[in-house]
Design a protein around this ligand. Structure first.
Ligand code: BG6
Length: 501
């Protein structure tokens, strides 16, 4: 995790041999480059976090010139960034080169003439091409660090199953060492996820309650109101479990449930995360009906307007069984969490946009005041006296939902929410994506996924994916909160936290 107050001049961008930093974008003609990667590079250059001398090499199959690439990049900054910064644009233009080629080693070796010092290779490619591109770069010697460090960046999904993830890893490690690999999960770049680490590890009172003696259940939610957003080609093959749960939500789980590391070090941090993933009790066949739920949105009121069923979306087969909602519940077999259910869900076209980790504290041993136990929203919500909520969306906040005395006569109680929202309302100066780009350049792997974390997470989800490969998901109307969990999923009187307002 980068200390973002550090001035640009401190960014280590040379190999020590005076060579400038090069960023090679493999797949530079695509959407990821235009929408996210280049706007981030441009803004970081503009803010002085990356040097104006940054050498950008775009590599792609299109028969383009450097001018064509620059037009593509500029269009991205205009549409998805802050607009071009005229102070830095002439230098960016002068330092950018386009190379046309495919993913064969023969073609990719053209890059050797352009990359001399430290370099980031960013694979802005469809995920099924990661292995091929990483191998070709390695074969021509570009992973070799004799002339400066070399780092390879890929963004989820890392495989589509345990088997394909293992194959990808085999392709990557044929030429690259694990510490050269930066696997992006953009959730780890979010301010509130990093704040969860600080909240947990910098406040002694938090650690005192962060265990099964005090926490009765944990719910992790990523509910979205959006639907396919034109991503049918990818999404219909992926589904909610692969798209959100296996990666983003299991990362939130790992950060929330891991043991506290004793030093701030990227390897130690990731060791602790993988350790808690290893403690998750594997899903048995019988758990599929009792501890997992899959759903698909039907027609309804998504986004406040009438919206079509998933199967009626453009380009989606009318018989598609892809899940747009996935929920799983598991237990963690270690001293800290034994007996505490972790319930994790994500869905599209739900009633609200809500991403949060919520830990419910046990009731006090005696009930002195009548209203303790009234649901959070006063209605049919979960019965809880206290929740600790780490919210990523719609606002970024940490809340402690507690009971306090209502002013006035008598010992009447009311809910009182202690929230960090106001203190943090300024947010971060950098987007999640920009933070991660800075971390790659600075060689800080803390907020990137290590291979063993990805594998553990696939190992856990694979039995669920196997079971879900046949049968049909339950339909839920757009604008609602997914299918009801099976009986017994929650203990008596408990349910999912409310999603919509
Ligand atoms: C992406 C998923 O990784 O994360 C999308 O592919 C999802 O389906 C998105 O919408 C959610 O990210 P965020 O940052 O908008 O919560």
């Amino acid at each position: 995790m980068t200390n973002t107050s550090m001035p640009a001049s401190d960014v280590s961008v040379t190999s020590g041999q005076g060579e400038p930093l090069t960023v090679v974008i493999v797949g530079a003609s695509g959407d990821l480059t235009r929408r996210l990667l280049f706007p981030a590079l441009h803004r970081l250059i503009s803010l002085g976090r990356l040097p104006r001398s940054l050498h950008i090499v775009g590599y792609a199959i299109e028969k383009w010139s450097t001018a064509d690439l620059l037009a593509h990049l500029r269009d991205g900054v205009d549409q998805f960034g802050d607009g071009v910064d005229n102070l830095v644009w002439p230098e960016i233009t002068a330092n950018t080169t386009y190379v046309q080629g495919d993913l064969s080693a023969e073609s990719i070796k053209a890059l050797c003439a352009l990359v001399h010092g430290p370099a980031v290779f960013y694979l802005a490619l469809p995920p099924n091409l990661f292995g091929q591109a990483a191998s070709a770069l390695g074969e021509v010697g570009l992973a070799n660090e004799d002339a400066g460090w070399r780092r390879l960046v890929i963004e989820k999904p890392f495989g589509t199953s345990l088997e394909t993830a293992e194959q990808l890893q085999a392709d990557l490690q044929a030429h690259w060492r694990e510490n050269q690999l930066y696997r992006i999960d953009h959730f780890l770049g979010k301010e509130s996820v990093q704040n969860l680490l600080v909240f947990r590890l910098a406040n002694r009172f938090v650690e005192a309650v962060w265990n099964n003696a005090n926490i009765v259940q944990v719910q992790i939610t990523a509910a979205e109101t959006i639907g396919l957003e034109g991503r049918w080609r990818y999404y219909d093959k992926a589904g909610a479990l692969r798209d959100m749960v296996q990666n983003h939500l299991m990362q939130l789980f790992a950060i929330c449930a891991m043991e506290p590391p004793s030093v701030w070090d990227s390897e130690v941090l990731r060791e602790h995360k993988v350790e808690v993933l290893r403690c998750v009790r594997p899903f048995e066949d019988t758990d599929i009906t009792t501890r997992t739920v899959r759903g698909q949105y039907g027609a309804g009121q998504g986004n406040g307007n009438g919206s079509v069923a998933y199967r009626a979306e453009e380009n989606i087969d009318a018989t598609s069984n892809t899940e747009t909602y996935a929920a799983v519940q598991f237990f963690v077999d270690n001293w800290r969490w034994q007996g505490v259910p972790f319930s994790i869900r994500s869905g599209k076209r739900m009633s609200g946009a809500l991403t949060e980790i919520a830990l419910e504290l046990r009731d006090p041993p005696t009930r002195l005041f009548d209203s303790i136990g009234v649901p959070v929203d006063g209605s049919e919500g979960p019965r809880s006296s206290n929740w600790i909520v780490l919210r990523l969306r719609p606002d970024e906040s940490i809340e402690i939902d507690a009971v306090a005395k209502k002013a006035g006569l008598g010992m009447t109680t009311e809910r009182s929410v202690l929230s960090t929202t106001d203190a943090n309302s300024g947010g971060s100066e950098y987007t999640a994506y920009e933070q991660l780009v800075i971390d790659v350049v600075e060689g800080d792997g803390s907020m990137f996924i290590r291979n063993d974390e990805a594998m553990e997470s696939w190992r856990l989800m694979q039995p669920v994916l196997n079971a879900w490969s046949s049968g049909t998901p339950a339909l839920y109307p757009s604008g609602t909160d997914g299918p009801a969990p099976p009986p017994g999923f929650f203990s008596e009187g408990r349910s999912w936290r409310p999603v919509g307002a």
